[in-house]
Design a protein around this ligand. Structure first.
Ligand code: ZN
Length: 426
């Protein structure tokens, strides 16, 4: 039967359709673990053994537990909280012959065909005008409000040979029969749901998402079908490991970066100073100096957690079987000669050895040698900090589909691996 870790992951994913909601759900987890909230603009006073968290808008979060030895280094586990999606263009009204659709823009690299003929809900943030200025509201329709209908096969007999969906034309979801209204359906809908006037809606960052919840299947519930496994599995793993870890000598840090799917160059992405700033402040707030901070970095370690491509029985020729991890056989260390993943020989060896000692199953992932590799927050995080590390991730199928697939046993092992790194170092 399935384990509690995978059930908790399903609840987490269902509560987190966008990075904003992921930060919200993460704060709920951290609050249950009695974490103390910090603000970037206030001075900090930090105590060993205490769990803290700090957020950076729009949707970054760093949580940490101060270690017992101030100069013994950081152990960092990171994951990205953004997902490929279709984002809404709020101001644009698209009505043809009374059929209203929403204008969209593609975020990251989704498998577009998987978004069609599927119940879609809407979530994100809406900025409202108030008497005091501007207010941010978190929004989630929860129920499906849109569908992107395919063209009948009778009008496109070759559709099963591959078809290009155009973001400005064929990917627009149908939402209403509309006549004569001033504003688009989405503006009218949001005003009603948020109990404000249509004119008060100033801006938004809203995405469509698969309204069907995560579910487990198989005779022994061995598989998870869910949206956003890449990379809410990683987010949940780094937070769960941190919340459940014992205080160690080193300060334990979990970071959720936004914007990985679009290159990480935002103020709370992996290609920013977010993590470096917070780590330095952790040293300074304990009475340390900048020299102490730089010394501590040289004693630190980083684990980047992101999904790995599992071996797919329907596309076996796409893989090098020696390096094609299987579902439910444990997290994989991700390797690439061109360092698209940050794992090098020494640090991979440390993780392999740690897994052997702890009885954690562990696999290796490499792309087939003639195919280009994806990348993660790993290389950016380790290079901007000057800290060694590894890339790991649970094996998964259908990465970047509106609905992805993973094994139900790997999440628990992934948490165990990160927790062990937090408690023991490497
Ligand atoms: Zn990812």
């Amino acid at each position: 039967m399935s384990n509690p870790a995978i059930k908790n992951l399903c609840t987490f994913i269902d509560a987190a359709p966008t990075p904003y909601h992921t930060v919200d759900a993460s704060i709920a987890m951290l609050s249950t673990a009695a974490a103390v909230k910090l603000e970037e603009h206030e001075p900090w006073k930090l105590e060993p053994g205490t769990l803290y968290y700090v957020t950076r808008k729009p949707a970054g979060l760093i949580a940490f537990r101060i270690g017992t030895e101030r100069l013994s280094g950081f152990v960092v586990a990171g994951a990205h909280n953004d997902v490929p999606a279709l984002k809404l263009r709020l101001e644009k009204k698209v009505i043809q012959r009374g059929m209203e659709r929403l204008a969209v823009e593609v975020y990251g690299g989704p498998i577009l065909a998987t978004w069609l003929d599927r119940p879609l809900a809407i979530a994100g943030i809406v900025m409202l005008k108030t008497n005091q200025g501007v207010e941010q509201r978190l929004f989630n329709s929860v129920k499906p409000v849109a569908v992107i209908p395919n063209l009948a096969i009778h009008l496109n007999r070759d559709i099963n040979k591959g078809f290009e969906y155009l973001a400005h034309q064929t990917l627009l979801p149908l939402v209403a029969e509309s006549e004569g209204a001033n504003n688009s359906w989405i503006v009218r809908y949001l005003a009603r749901e948020l109990d404000c006037s249509e004119a008060d809606i100033l801006a938004s960052d809203l995405s469509l998402y698969d309204a069907e919840k995560a579910f487990l299947f198989g005779p022994d519930e061995e598989f998870l079908s869910s949206p956003r496994i890449d990379n809410l599995e990683g987010c949940h793993a780094v937070l769960e490991a941190l919340c459940s870890a014992r205080t160690g000598k080193q300060t334990q840090v979990s970071v959720l970066f936004n914007s990985e799917e679009i290159g990480s160059r935002t103020l709370e992405g992996a290609d920013s100073f977010f993590l470096r700033d917070i780590l330095e402040r952790i040293i300074l707030a304990q009475g340390g100096t900048r020299e102490d901070f730089l010394r501590v970095l040289s004693l630190s370690f980083c684990v980047s957690v992101d999904g790995a491509q599992a071996w797919h029985p329907g596309f076996a020729d796409k893989f090098d079987e020696t390096y094609a991890p299987l579902l439910n056989k444990g997290p994989a260390i991700k390797l690439n000669a061109n360092m698209r993943y940050t794992s090098d020989a020494e640090n991979s060896a440390r993780i392999v050895s740690l897994c052997k000692n702890e009885g954690i199953p562990c696999q290796l992932f490499r792309m087939r040698a003639d195919l280009p590799s994806g990348t993660t927050i790993g290389p950016l995080t380790t290079s901007t900090l000057g800290v060694p590390g590894v890339d790991i991730g649970i094996p998964m199928l259908a990465m970047h589909s509106a609905r992805e697939l993973a094994g139900t046993k790997d999440h628990e092992q992934c948490i165990k691996l990160i927790k062990t790194v937090f408690e023991q170092g490497v």
